[in-house]
Write a protein that binds this ligand. Structure first.
Ligand code: ZN
Length: 295
């Protein structure tokens, strides 16, 4: 089916107490594996792209992969742009066929962040796509940019309300104690803050830095309004490790399709696990039934 808009999907997730898994695709094979895993579970999925992946491949290539795999699939698939600071790139994505775009101007003071984000609001309206924006700074490394723990600022619920009221977001990214990359110790996630922000904004929350969080943390965050959970670091590791492991186990096999298939199977199993853990199983058909039928 055609790609779906992220906004009604995340509303459905928030209203029904589940979260949609969002994976940062790295190539065609991982794109195919994430949609296949969603299909096996009748679940929705978000294929998302970092700005550096788009620069490496091009808009044209990425949209063609995601459309191709989604077209033949009965489950709802969103193509989302993850953390982007470049308004020209954001508009190029919306124009090329992304069904959701993210502006990350979180390093700027509140008013400037809101001004930049409002520019993207106009782009989202022009192209009829979903939108995510960020307030507060999530620690760790994202797209080669590092935010130190002492520089991360947890999001204030009252600021969050002003920000979300002005932007009408599909997903709200905020800092609640999670981090990009691998955790060194058990992260201190501020669940009360998640609940307070959600009560104030009534906007589906995007939980960034999903890699390495416990099942209990996921469940508690989802119960408090996290409707989109991002997984990127985990995928990078499975992608490299499955390739290396296959070669070490089969040192004489130089058939690329078998190595690629080992990667595909390992990534698919990982996607399957997260989608199920976030409560996505069987949510696809239920969501699609609620959408207004095309005339
Ligand atoms: Zn992120």
């Amino acid at each position: 089916m055609p790609l779906v808009n992220m906004k009604p999907l995340l509303r459905d997730a928030m209203d029904n107490g589940y979260a949609v898994a969002a994976f940062n695709l790295v190539d065609y094979n991982t794109t195919k594996a994430m949609v296949k895993a969603a299909e096996e579970l009748n679940a929705p999925v978000i294929c998302q792209t970092s700005a550096k992946t788009i620069k490496y491949f091009s808009h044209k290539e990425i949209v063609s992969w995601v459309r191709t795999v989604a077209e033949d699939s009965p489950v709802p698939v969103v193509l989302h742009l993850d953390h982007c600071k470049d308004i020209a790139m954001i508009e190029a994505c919306a124009k090329a066929g992304w069904t959701s775009i993210m502006i990350d101007a979180s390093e700027l003071p509140f008013e400037q962040n809101l001004t930049e984000s409002l520019k993207v609001r106009e782009i989202a309206e022009k192209y009829g796509v979903g939108m995510e924006a960020e307030l507060g700074q999530i620690m760790g490394v994202e797209d080669d940019e590092h935010v130190a723990e002492e520089d991360s600022v947890l999001t204030d619920p009252a600021d969050a309300k002003r920000f979300c009221d002005a932007l009408d977001l599909s997903a709200f990214a905020c800092a609640v104690g999670t981090a990009h990359g691998f955790y060194r110790g058990e992260p201190v996630v501020d669940f009360d803050r998640i609940a307070a922000i959600n009560a104030a904004t009534r906007t589906p929350m995007a939980l960034h830095g999903g890699t390495g969080l416990s099942d209990e943390t996921f469940a508690k965050a989802i119960a408090r309004g996290s409707a989109k959970i991002n997984i990127s670091t985990n995928l990078k590791h499975v992608w490299v490790k499955s390739f290396v492991d296959y070669h070490l186990a089969n040192p004489k096999d130089f058939e690329p399709l078998r190595v690629g298939d080992a990667q595909y199977q390992a990534c698919k199993a990982m996607f399957h696990g997260f989608i199920e853990k976030f409560g996505g199983k069987d949510r696809g058909p239920a969501f699609l039934n609620k959408l207004p039928k095309a005339a």
